[in-house]
Design a protein around this ligand. Structure first.
Ligand code: ATP
Ligand code: MN
Length: 463
């Protein structure tokens, strides 16, 4: 056996009369008079291969082991299929069983299991239609990310996952320590002084690679990261994970306008890539998960995004007459309900909000001349709310120092970040895009736990 055998996807293109072997996991077996029909899938494409087994061709006892979830290989002849929706099927001449799946205990016996149930069987859910499709789209979108940046001359960089700079303030952090030991009666403190800890000071899992990416952009010009990011917020929503993947481009010689253009091109191009490469999977999501999915995705690719300042958005929200759970006025942070109203009701497509009050945004965002707002932008999408957060960065040393102090942050820790403004500073900008939010948008899946193979949320780090 060798990985260089063909996939089921390729088998569909073979001419009738060709001999072929199909390897995969059984979706179903149906027996009728003189014939058995087996639906086989190897993950290479959405469509199952139909295998026809005529009575007596393979040993009857062996055929009984072809049950939902079992792993098998059928060899046979590719023949034209009389069934609708498929050009060819496989007429079996022999069968090999790799792994049986006892119908009495195999957990994914029936169709129609709930998403909640499937999360508890996350190690097996990939064998079903929905999750096969999710992970194929996830692969294609990942490839699209690298292609998008490569075409534009961006360098793919790797920023650290462990960091001692608790300085970004983007979210609660997980501490990384060897000072705690796991004892039978609970945790035991092995080292009391942070100086004796592994890294010599309190260290954490990163909440964003941005600050490091900035250092690389000021030398490589255009860079991006695409890696895991961690937030220890103890909330369970359908749009937050404790471990998620973030894409963070950072561009020197770039203003907020350039940043917004890149964000818009990014979404349009990666969505187009999914439409081009995952047709059957998206068709399935359109039919079973989110009606109108294909229509909205096509619409997004074709139409520009609306751009609006935070101040304008607040005026629209105040005039909306909606009874929001959280009231809005200038200066408040927008909640998901406000973001969704703006993009779903007011605009009807993605919208980019800019120039937020400085109090609700990070210290590194460039201060506007009004002294009250910063050059921030959030891209909001229907169904999802915030999908991208970005900004032009403060490149003026004196203003940045003032902003760090105003935010009450320890300025000594930022010596290297401030060095970027001391030596060869330049206007630069970038954004962070949660890859799972993009996945939710493209697939129509409603819960972020269902677009990543193994989700990390409060209380859950299994598998
Ligand atoms: P939100 O307001 O939605 O919680 P945020 O403003 O805290 O997000 P940023 O710090 O701006 O998020 O992070 C950049 C991007 O990372 C967000 O636009 C979003 O796409 C994604 N993101 C942030 N937090 C999470 C999370 N806990 N799980 C998944 N994706 C996230
Ligand atoms: Mn944000």
């Amino acid at each position: 056996m060798d990985y260089r055998r063909s996939y089921i996807k390729q088998l569909f293109d073979l001419a009738p009369g060709t001999e072929a072997t199909a390897f995969g996991w059984v979706k179903t077996r149906r027996d009728s008079k003189g014939l058995s029909f087996v639906q086989l899938n190897d993950g290479s494409c959405f469509k199952d291969l139909q295998v026809i087994v005529e009575d007596g061709v393979v040993d009857a006892e062996l055929l009984k082991k072809v049950t939902t979830g079992s792993c098998v290989a059928f060899t046979g002849l590719v023949v034209e299929s009389p069934a609708a929706g498929q050009a060819v099927e496989l007429k079996a001449t022999s069968l090999e069983i790799f792994g049986e799946a006892d119908p009495l205990t195999y957990p994914l016996q029936k169709k129609g299991a709930t998403m909640e149930f499937l999360r508890e069987k996350a190690h097996l859910r990939v064998r079903g239609n929905t999750f096969g499709a999710v992970f194929r789209v996830r692969n294609q979108l990942s490839q699209a990310v690298h292609q998008f940046f490569d075409k534009r001359g961006f360098h793919y960089i790797h920023t650290p996952i462990i960091t001692a700079s608790d300085c970004e303030g983007a979210g609660a952090m997980f501490q990384v320590t060897t000072a705690l030991e796991h004892a039978e009666d609970g945790y035991k403190l092995a080292r009391k002084d942070p100086a004796d800890d592994f890294f010599g000071k309190p260290s954490y899992l990163t909440v964003s690679g941005q600050l490091d990416a900035e250092t690389l952009a000021l030398g490589l010009t255009n860079v991006y990261t695409f890696g895991p990011t961690f937030r220890a917020e103890n909330s369970s929503t359908s749009r937050h994970l404790a471990e998620f993947w973030m894409i963070e481009p950072e561009m020197a010689f770039c203003s907020l306008e350039g940043d917004m253009n890149l964000a818009e091109e990014f979404l349009r191009e990666t969505i187009q890539h999914a439409l081009d490469h995952c047709g059957a999977d998206l068709e399935f999501f359109n039919q079973r998960i989110e009606p109108e999915l294909l229509k909205t995705l096509t619409h997004v690719v074709e139409s520009g995004f609306e751009r609006m300042t935070y101040t304008e958005a607040v005026k629209h929200l105040e005039a909306s007459g909606e009874n929001f759970e959280f009231p809005v006025s200038w200066g408040t942070d927008l909640q998901s309900e406000h973001e969704r109203w703006l993009t779903e009701v007011k605009v009807g497509r993605p919208v980019i909000l800019t120039d937020y009050p400085k109090e609700i945004k990070a210290f590194y965002m460039r201060l506007n001349d009004d002294g009250k707002t910063v050059r921030a932008m959030d891209v909001l999408a229907p169904r999802i709310g915030e999908i991208i957060g970005g900004s032009q960065r403060e490149e003026r040393l004196d203003v940045l120092e003032r902003r760090i102090l105003e935010a009450g942050l320890p300025i000594e820790a930022y010596w290297w970040y401030l060095d970027l403004r001391r030596f060869g500073s330049v206007p630069h900008a970038g954004f962070g895009l949660g890859f799972e939010r993009l996945m939710m948008y493209v697939t129509g899946m409603k819960n972020i736990r269902d677009v990543i193979p193994y989700f990390r949320t409060p209380g859950n780090a299994d598998f």
